[in-house]
Design a protein around this ligand. Structure first.
Ligand SMILES: [Fe+2]
Length: 159
């Protein structure tokens, strides 16, 4: 048990995983605020539909913020918890003043694509560490967001 943490995972691998999960947490915080901004600022004839869709999405992202942070804790590490650290750590950029619905949805699709790539990397790391808990979490997120990409892309489709 010497090299293992409290849940029996290799401490070094768990630490590496927690660092990557912290980076994902930072992305989710920035994404959350971006989508909240879209919910507020969007205009035009799709307002009622998108305003609600964006609320649905940011509510889901907030749930993920908590799940990812608590996974970091479960692995024996500390989740980052300040806006300055989120901005420093996240690979996402803050999005401001987007009023156009298509522009907003395009940003959401691009962000989901980035997150999926990152989560697939995390899934590999988790599998390598035999961390079923983190693997399952990443699998769920990936499957869910792949479907969201299909749906948001359908919204953008010109027919
Ligand atoms: Fe609202």
């Amino acid at each position: 048990m010497g090299n293992n943490n409290k849940i029996g995972l290799n401490s070094k691998k768990a630490q590496q995983l927690a660092n990557k999960l912290n980076a994902l947490l930072a992305d989710y915080q920035i994404f959350y605020m971006n989508v909240r901004g879209l919910h507020w600022n969007i205009g035009g004839n799709m307002f009622f539909e998108l305003h609600l869709k964006f609320e649905e999405l940011y509510t889901n992202l907030l749930l993920k913020v908590d799940e990812v942070a608590e996974r970091v804790l479960t692995l024996g590490n500390t989740p980052i918890h300040s806006f300055s650290d989120y901005i420093k750590t996240s690979e996402l950029k803050e999005a401001k003043d987007i009023q156009n619905g298509e522009e907003g949805v395009t940003l959401i699709v691009a962000t989901l694509q980035k997150l999926i790539v990152k989560q697939r990397e995390l899934l590999k790391l988790a599998n390598d560490a035999e961390d079923e808990g983190s693997s399952a979490l990443m699998s769920d997120y990936i499957r869910e967001q792949e479907k969201l990409i299909w749906m948001y892309s359908s919204f953008l489709k010109k027919i």
